[in-house]
Design a protein around this ligand. Structure first.
Ligand code: GLU
Length: 412
């Protein structure tokens, strides 16, 4: 398999060629501005010392402070973190928030660690990267395997060295300066994108069928909102297993069930068991990968029977899956656009922190809707005008904005 970073670079270079970007600018923007690898020794609960490896990669900062989540996962290696950092550069540019792109990761399995171990790991990792982050430098947020609690520990560890400054991380608990609506923002945005696409694709949203891979923060809120819009969520699968119900799963009951079963939908009595492979091949209107990257490749993309694929996860499709789906006439709404709701409300959180002022939920959701609708229109108008895919269009819009910011600041 090619390195994931190479595939994202290909999308970028393709956009550069179409936009006639100079070789010099292309060279500056292609690779990350800075990559930091740190060792984080942690005393585990059993007294043993374990050394974890973490990364913070800052891809591009031309449009503002670096911005992006921190992932805790066994496979969070430098290639993955680098790839995700570049995606953040394009995502923040596309949705129009004044940030650059970054990503962090620690190689660990948070599901096997106690809360105190996770706290020690988070504090150690934050200390190790603390001199390259900051409210006007680089602002971490949650991602796979991390949450508001992780951000609270990061904020506290940062404050010990640099003083209280809540805007250094976003996605915090509301009690510590987090924004209302941040936790549900990514799923809210995904549902919004499905709603807009349903009009363009002439699929009636109420009564349309949905298959979702993943039931973490993104998958669960996506299911909740689409269910509220009248969609039938026929299948959901996560790492432990899945459930299928042709008439539509009872999402409120499933949300309660998952809470009681370590976040998993496996074994839910309101449906039949379903594997991840079966989920990806389900006949449905919307297939929504909302878990990890590279889940659709040429082989299983050939079996997709959805009318539209909606990338709620980051980088869920390999480029050859894109080609297979295009040949089958199945449109793909790209990650840059679909899951940008999270970083958009992160921006609102940062604004509230900087101004020491908080917004009500209605204001957050109205602004989020404005930002996401604008980005959706920018992508679909460009795709139509240039007869290209939504992904190509999203990259054109994003690369244009970043390149212009680099150019305006002047080359050495
Ligand atoms: N981890 C999320 C993403 O991939 C959110 C990043 C942020 O809020 O900074 O977009």
């Amino acid at each position: 398999m090619p390195q994931a970073f190479d595939t994202v670079t290909e999308f970028f270079e393709h956009a550069c060629r179409r936009l006639a970007v100079s070789m010099e600018i292309c060279e500056i923007v292609r690779t990350p501005d800075r990559e930091m690898r740190v060792e984080v020794p942690v005393r585990m609960d059993n007294g043993q010392l374990k050394v974890f490896i973490g990364y913070r990669v800052q891809h591009n900062g031309a449009r503002g402070p670096y911005k992006g989540g921190i992932r805790y996962h066994q496979e969070a290696d430098v290639d993955e973190v680098r790839t995700l950092s570049a995606l953040m550069t394009w995502k923040t540019a596309l949705v129009g928030v004044p940030f650059g792109g970054a990503k962090g990761g620690v190689q660990c399995d948070p599901t096997t660690m106690s809360k105190t171990e996770l706290q020690r790991l988070t504090r150690g990792f934050t200390r190790a990267i603390s001199h390259i982050i900051g409210v006007n430098r680089d602002i971490p947020a949650p991602d796979v395997g991390t949450n508001a609690q992780t951000m609270a520990w990061m904020m506290a560890a940062y404050a010990e060295e640099h003083g209280y400054n809540p805007g250094v991380v976003t996605g915090k608990p509301v009690e510590l300066g987090g924004s209302l609506g941040r936790e549900e923002a990514t799923g809210f945005g995904v549902a919004l994108m499905v709603g807009l696409a349903s009009k363009d694709l002439s699929i009636s949203l109420a009564g349309s069928t949905v298959a979702i891979q993943g039931f973490g923060n993104v998958g669960s809120y996506t299911a909740k909102y689409l269910h509220e819009h009248g969609c039938h969520i026929v299948g959901i699968a996560d790492v432990k297993g899945g459930v299928y119900n042709a008439k539509g799963l009872e999402i409120p009951a499933l949300l309660v069930y998952a809470l009681q079963h370590s976040g998993s939908v496996a074994g839910f009595p309101g449906g039949e068991p379903l594997t991840n492979d079966e989920l990806l091949a389900l006949p449905c209107d919307w297939l929504i990968p909302a878990a990890l990257g590279s889940v659709l490749r040429a082989d299983n993309a050939a079996k997709v029977h959805a009318r539209c694929v909606v990338e709620a996860a980051n980088h869920p499709l390999e480029p050859d899956a894109d080609l297979v789906l295009a040949a089958k006439g199945i449109p793909v709404l790209p990650d840059l656009l679909v899951n940008a709701g999270g970083v958009t409300v992160s921006y609102f959180e940062w604004v509230q922190n900087v101004q020491r002022f908080s917004w009500d939920l209605e204001r957050v959701n109205n602004e989020l809707t404005n930002y996401m609708q604008r980005a959706y229109r920018a992508v679909t108008n460009r795709a139509r005008a240039e007869r290209i895919s939504h992904r190509e269009a999203a990259y054109l819009v994003a690369v244009e904005r970043v390149v212009s910011a680099v150019q305006l600041q002047g080359l050495p």
